[in-house]
Design a protein around this ligand. Structure first.
Ligand code: AMP
Ligand code: MG
Length: 418
């Protein structure tokens, strides 16, 4: 399990910028070093534990990139078309037979090995066949055209996949192209998830008139699973210090991270702070981010705890900026900075300098073909519809105070966030 010191998340400043938060997390959270070996088909989303050097070049042998006719470079027609008698036929998967006779051409198909001595392929669309069945090749084709040399993609021995890479389908394709059937990955990060609040009922259970169904837990668990975590669903803790403390203490040893939502503001009924302080240590990070209120960072028996705010949109946004980098750091993953894509704002917005804001937006194709971001019409951090009916977040940096229609802004699609 992760072992962190009690003061690991202490922070001196009054307000913490998003970049400071991510910086603190990436420097202070220790990566888990336990590995496991998984079948390639099960490796999607996992974090690669060791570099993979290419055991063979890609492509493994020089082959034709098109269906056509292979010739020796010495025979390439220079200024006038020229007729070549056929000498051989090579299919994909077939053997490159004897060298082509000088002045001849071989029929060849995409992916078939080049015959020894032939270095160039004419596309079948560019040739014609004369009355006596010879292949008439046009002049002017570049030497080596339409051929994929062995190793042009990846040279043998080159590090092709880096330790810390979060594996996506294309990485699995590369491992398969090397003939690998298993990969060493970091074991899944174990995360305990709690909601807190007397007003919450679990879906499937009776709901009192003054209660609402717990929605955050299902969002957070799904986000964690998308990050490759093994999630323990620990339900709802009541707004009461001792039962909160008992619940949190119980799971600390067996998990790499404890995640809670709700109860971290500074109201009288926000008990997470006191509960954690009674069994471990806790700091409230007042992050300069909207939506998002204080985020609690703590350590219980060496296990890190993150307490997210209860409002669903604040919970979502702070997950992205605090939980995501923590999970990546715990799993030894290479940092994956969020890179907003520039597009045009179709809205007006005013904000204070010194904090970063995230605006929920939908995308629309403007009349001139450019992409525009439309702001969700309402602002509340409790509006689940605002997350459901939009495509992503516009990030407004600390120094921006004003957005006018037509201005370039940075867009983060939801799909890029987790
Ligand atoms: P809190 O951060 O506990 O003060 O909660 C802020 C707001 O978010 C309150 O309106 C809560 O009812 C709501 N809330 C807290 N936790 C959840 C949850 N798990 N699911 C949905 N709403 C929540
Ligand atoms: Mg609460």
């Amino acid at each position: 399990m992760a072992q962190l010191s009690d003061d690991c998340f202490a922070f001196g400043g009054p307000m913490m910028s998003v970049d400071e938060a991510v910086g603190l997390i990436t420097t202070r959270v220790n990566a888990i070093v336990d590995l496991e070996t998984v079948a390639l088909v099960d490796a999607d989303g996992r974090v690669l534990a060791r570099d993979v050097a290419a055991p063979l070049p890609l492509p493994p042998f020089t082959n034709s990139a098109v269906d056509g006719y292979a010739v020796r470079n010495a025979d390439l027609p220079a200024s006038a078309e020229q007729a070549f008698p056929l000498d051989g036929r090579i299919q994909a998967g077939g053997l490159a037979q004897a060298p082509i006779k000088p002045g001849h051409t071989a029929r060849i198909f995409t992916g078939a090995p080049m015959p020894p001595d032939a270095q160039t392929v004419f596309m079948q669309e560019d040739v014609r066949i004369d009355e006596s069945g010879r292949i008439v090749l046009p002049p002017g084709l570049k030497r080596g055209a339409n051929v994929r040399p062995a190793g042009e993609d990846i040279a043998q021995g080159q590090v092709a996949l880096r330790a810390g890479q979060r594996l996506r389908p294309q990485h699995l394709a590369l491992a398969a192209a090397f003939g690998l059937t298993r990969l060493d990955v970091v074991r899944r990060i174990r995360v305990a998830v709690f909601s807190t609040g007397d007003e919450l009922a679990s879906p499937g259970e009776p709901r009192a008139a003054s209660q609402l169904f717990d929605s955050n837990r299902f969002m957070l668990m799904a986000m964690l699973r998308r990050l490759g975590c093994e999630v323990s669903d620990l339900g709802i803790l009541r707004d009461e210090r001792t039962s909160l403390a008992r619940g949190l203490k119980q799971v600390a040893g067996g998990h790499d991270l404890i995640l809670t939502t709700g109860g971290v503001s500074t109201g009288e009924e926000d008990h997470v702070k006191a509960a954690v302080e009674s069994i471990g240590s806790l700091v409230l990070w007042r992050m300069a981010i909207k939506p998002g209120r204080p985020v609690a960072m703590g350590i219980i028996d060496g296990t890190p705890l993150i307490g997210l705010p209860g409002n669903p949109v604040a919970s979502f946004v702070t997950f992205v900026h605090v939980v995501r980098p923590t999970v990546l750091a715990l799993s030894g993953a290479l940092p994956e900075p969020l890179l907003p894509i520039p597009l045009r704002a179709a809205f007006t917005y005013k904000k204070k300098a010194g904090r970063r804001e995230y605006v929920r937006v939908s995308l629309r194709r403007a009349q001139d073909g450019g992409l525009e971001a439309i702001k969700f019409p309402r602002e509340g951090a409790g509006l689940l519809s605002s997350l459901v009916e939009t495509d992503g977040l516009v990030e407004l940096g600390e120094d921006i105070t004003n957005v006018e229609p037509g201005q370039d802004v940075g867009f983060l699609p939801y799909a890029s966030l987790i």
